[in-house]
Every structure is written in C-alpha cells, then in structure tokens.
Design a protein around this ligand. Structure first.
Ligand code: ADP
Ligand code: ASP
Ligand code: MG
Length: 419
C-alpha cells in the first residue's frame, strides 16, 4: 500500500462529464490498495474569467480581494468531485484551504505555503475516505484567503504530498508527460521519460507551464517523487503505478538510468512578460536602484535587464521585462517616480516573447548560445534582449515569431522526433 496525492488540472476538471472521468481514475487508484488525496484546479478558463471580473471592477485591484474572487473556482470543483465520488459509492469529502488549514504568508495573489496541518488529512485518508482539496488556495496569518499565483495547484499538490509524506505525487494534465517543448506548438516534440529537478525547475521558470515553478523547487527541497501524466486515458491504459508519464528525478537517478544525457533538454516559450524601456536615465550611481527598488518593494519580479552604454551626455537607456500581469502597476510606480529617477520617456511593449533553451549539458559544451543566435538570424528573427544562466540561454523576440522560433530551434538542436 502506498500513499498517493493526485492532482488534476483545469482541462481535466472542465465540466461534470470530465469530472466523472477523474473520479473514475481516483476510484481505481484507491481500489489498487492505496490511500489517496486529490488536489483539483478550477475548470479550464474559469480563473481567467474571474481575473477578468477583477480587472473590470478595478484595474489596480487589491490583491486580497482578488484572492477572494479567484479562489472560488477551485471551491466549486472540489465540491463537485467529492459529490461525484460519493455518487459512485466512495467515501469522499472536500477540505477547503482554511479548513485544513494550508497556512501561507500574506503575499496575496502570490502567496507561499508555510505549513500544512496534515493530521486531519492523514486520518481521513487512513479511514478510507478520499480527501479532496482545492488547489491554488491557502490562508494568510490574518485568516484571509490567499492564492498561490497562476498554475498554483501544482504547488498545492506537492505541498500536500510533502505534508502527508506521500510515496508519489501524480500530476494529471492534458498531455501525457513532459516533452522537449510544448507538444501543442511543435508536433515533433519528444516525450521525456525522466527529467531532473534542476532541469524541470529551469524549464518551468522560463515558461513551460506544464508545472508551476514553485512546485518543482518544493518537490526538489522535500524530495517528493513527482510524475506528470495524462488524465485523458481509458480503462486499457497502463496504471499510474507503472509510471507511464514523465518522472522528475534527482541527478543520481538519471545517471543510474540508461537514458542518454542530451546537450539540450528542452525549449520553452513565455508570452507572459512585457518589456519596459526608460530613456535617458542619468548615468550615475544609484539611478538603477531608484528604478528597481520600488518595483521590488511592490513584489514585482523583474527578469531581463539591459542598460545601454551611456551616449556621451551621461545618460543611458534601461530596458527590462516584468510579468504582463504586473505591467499596469509597474508603469504606475515608475510614472510616479519620474522626477526622482529623472528619465525622459517610458515605453512599454507587451507583444514580446521569451524563448529559452535549457540543458545541464551546456555546462560542458560551448556553442549553444551561438547556435541559437545564428538559427534565429537565418530566419530574420530579431533579438531584443538576452540573458543566460549556467544551464539556460534566453532571448526576447517579437511575440508573433514565437512558434517559428521554437520550431526552428527544436530542429537546430537535433531534438525532432523521427517522423
Ligand atoms: P493543467 O490545467 O493540467 O494544470 P496546464 O495547461 O497548466 O495544465 O499545463 C499543461 C500544458 O503545458 C500542456 O497542455 C502543454 O501545452 C503545456 N506545455 C508547455 N511546455 C510543455 C512541455 N515541455 N511538455 C509538456 N507540456 C508542455
Ligand atoms: N486555477 C488556477 C489557475 O488557473 C490554478 C491552477 O489551475 O493551477 O492558475
Ligand atoms: Mg497548470
């Protein structure tokens, strides 16, 4: 007998018919002799709809009230799944974030889980009851509802798995594993049977939304075994216990497998960032800090930063990217400080995409970046910004060229599946 946490994403939960499929998968997992807890997302599109209402109500919305609105999507699906399981004769109940509770900090709209009281959950699972938990939500120290940032149900699932010391955390989604790139963009993408925590972390952080970044760092820290697999399966599909999906493993586990290490593990695209340029910023100590300190205080994560060479007159242009969701706040903060910073104009562009290639093989091989630049240049794709880490190279390009860029890079690095 094992203890398993199962998580189902929005597409899997979209409507009562799909929830019935999910209930069947859960019931079968329990019938295989395991204790199970289930974490669910809101129905596909629901969170976007709720975010839209918040924006309409108040463009500069209070994140605490935003959380009240957007957390409701998961409340609905957790109740519906418990009801469906009960209709099948299973013992099941929902546990809302504040009921367990799932304790978070008070960073509304992007809260971090600090602790989960697992006692009630463990007792419920041990009694043969299926515990259904809405993902994405938690409770601030003040008692108010919080949410964990978009895609946060993955993190809820991994946190629950760590809290109940689960043997495995299965993340069920609408693809059957982690691929070399989004299989919806590149038909020739290849499924990876294994991927290391480190590579998955980097892939997720640069836009492979198959797993939320924080869920991967938490799994790595807590040593949670995570599998990504499809919920769109029929009775004849191999059971999850046979590990049909992609397993996220440690470096040692990968070394011990017979999988050959490739130079590049994957390519990711991220259309969720916007570019902001401040022109003619005074070129003196403290100027850059006066731009980025207030953004950091407002909890806005700035990513790529470029400072141009000063143009003689002691002035320079500063360009950076920040999440599109924070663009309105970013512009408002910098507009407010225009005189203090002393820039001339502020220009923003939200029609950009960040394309990244990731692979631990990069550590020992030169030439990954130059292949990227040359491949994009050959297609006439202009690079607006570049950033690198030990195992990643990212470039910022025009959003309209995203699909083309990912496809040509996938081919250039020899990653295409055989036809
Ligand atoms: P869920 O609603 O189940 O959480 P998401 O939409 O958040 O699902 O994540 C699954 C999607 O991630 C897939 O449909 C796929 O389009 C996308 N995706 C992006 N990169 C990858 C990748 N490298 N491998 C698999 N899927 C990916
Ligand atoms: N429903 C939330 C979202 O769409 C959380 C999740 O699905 O993981 O971002
Ligand atoms: Mg997701």
């Amino acid at each position: 007998m094992a203890r398993i946490v199962m998580k189902f994403g929005g597409t899997s939960m979209a409507g009562t018919e799909r929830i019935r499929r999910v209930a069947n998968i859960v019931r079968r997992q329990q019938a295989a002799g395991h204790e199970v807890a289930v974490v669910v997302s809101a129905m596909a599109g629901e969170t976007d709809r709720l975010v839209g209402f918040c924006r309409e109500a108040n463009a500069l919305y209070d994140p605490a009230e935003y959380d009240v609105v957007v957390a409701s999507g998961e409340q609905v699906t957790s109740g519906l799944l418990a009801l469906t399981l009960q209709a099948m004769g299973c013992k099941a109940r929902s546990w809302l974030g504040w009921q367990l509770p799932i304790r978070t900090d008070d960073a509304h709209a992007k809260a971090r889980i600090e602790e989960i009281d697992s006692e009630a959950l463990i007792a419920s699972m041990a009694s043969g009851e299926i515990a259904v938990i809405p993902g994405f939500q938690g409770m601030a120290p003040s008692g108010r509802v919080t949410t964990l940032g978009r895609g946060g149900s993955d993190t809820s699932a991994v946190a629950v798995a760590a809290a109940v010391k689960a043997d495995r955390c299965d993340i069920y989604t609408d693809v059957d594993g982690v691929y070399t790139t989004d299989p919806r963009i590149v038909a020739k993408a290849r499924k990876l049977p294994l991927v290391t925590y480190e590579e998955m972390l980097e892939l997720a952080s640069v836009g492979s939304k198959v797993l939320q970044t924080r869920s991967v760092s938490l799994a790595m820290k807590e040593g949670v075994r995570v599998q990504v697999l499809s919920s769109f399966i029929d009775e004849s599909a191999p059971p999850a216990d046979d590990l049909p999906g992609t397993m996220i493993v440690s470096d040692e586990e990968l070394e011990g497998s017979d999988m050959e290490r490739q130079l590049i593990t994957g390519i990711a695209a991220d259309k969720n960032e916007a570019k902001v340029t401040l022109t003619r910023v005074p070129d003196r100590p403290g100027a850059v800090a006066s731009i980025f300190s207030p953004l950091a205080e407002a909890n806005i994560n700035v990513d790529m930063i470029i400072q141009n060479v000063a143009k003689g007159k002691g002035e320079t242009d500063v360009t950076f990217t920040a999440p599109k969701a924070d663009l309105v706040r970013t512009l408002a903060i910098l507009e407010d400080r225009k005189d203090k910073i002393g820039y001339y104009r502020m220009i923003s562009d939200d029609k950009v995409a960040k394309i990244s290639v990731v692979g631990v093989g990069m550590r020992s091989h030169a030439g990954v970046a130059s292949t990227m630049f040359k491949t994009l240049a050959d297609r006439g794709i202009n690079i607006q910004a570049i950033s690198t880490s030990e195992i990643k190279v990212s470039v910022l390009i025009d959003e309209d060229e995203t699909e083309l860029a990912v496809r040509v890079l996938h081919t250039a690095y020899g990653m295409d599946a055989a036809a």
